[in-house]
Design a binder for this molecule. Sequence first.
Ligand code: WQD
Length: 351
Amino acid sequence: MPSKYILVTGGTGFIGSHTSIALAAAGYIPLLLDNFSNSDARVLQRLNNIIGTTPKLVEGDVRDTPLLAKLFGDYDITGVMHFAGLKAVGDSVADPLSYYDVNVCGTVNLARAMKASGVKTLIFSSSATVYGEPESSPIPEHAPFAPANPYGQSKAMSELILADLHKSDPTWRIARLRYFNPVGAHESGLIGELPQGKPNNLMPFVSQVAVGIRERLTVHGNDYPTPDGTGVRDYVHVMDLAEGHVAALRHVTDNPGLLTLNLGTGVGASVLDVVNTFERVSGRPVARDMGPRRPGDVPAYWADPSQALATLGWKAKRGLDEMCADSWRWQALNPDAYDRRTRPRTTSTAV
Ligand code: WQD
């Protein structure tokens, strides 16, 4: 009976921690690897409250070759989900070498460790940023690569590397999953997005305004060629994303090959759609000002998710109301994130 250990790199991060819940629910054993560069180990206790057991965690970096060799030697790992990476678009422009080192060299190092151990099942966390500014939306998987920043470039390079790896040995089972805009939180409110410092992304900024941590939201541009002039994106609930990863793992386990899929809702929502929905579901005002466009932003893009439905039977189930309601519950219960001074107002024994 093959083991059910799935190595989850970046496992205490936003998407890695939520995916660990979906893995456990599907009968797998998540084995988390994280260097805590953008996460907090206290998520483990929250995961215990949700899953019922505390996932095994190894502190470390995917670029640490001896550590990876030890991990694959110590645990009977049946597959890997690779989330560990840097993901701030603006930071990547200022510090490209770190993005290529962590995201590209990290992926190469992980794949080499897998190859050496005979583990050839890999789910790779890619991004819609590989498309750059698309010619049109919805965007299909065969749309050309046109990354507009080193972050998107690092994901595109990693995808090409994995394609060459599969070409060299077709027994590899690889899924490259391109996320659009992951938002939301687990319905318990015990875990969620935990941006370090001032949030770059819209949803955490909106929730911090709603809870009173920040004064006002600046809407980056309201003169775009969109219905209300503000930027349009394909927001997808992080738990839909997590379930999509498990569906992809199941598929490639039975079907060696190279799978490339968009994970999005196929529905575009504007900045004001998000802000107004958030106000309605939270009952809290979100003060906003109209500001200038943000350099590097594109007016509008959303996914064509039909391939994920056809191949995996996966379709996002949670709409914008639920994304905002779950984001709000996480924020309201944890205004200071995992800081022990703030106990969630729930009956659970959460920390
Ligand atoms: C969404 C919309 C902004 C903040 C990023 C990265 C990448 C990817 C998804 C993983 C845009 C507007 C935002 C604010 C605003 N993740 N906005 N005021 O840029 O679409 O994509 O996240 O691959 O990390 O590409 O997401 O949330 O930053 O912006 O008006 O304070 O919200 O202009 O229209 P983005 P975002």
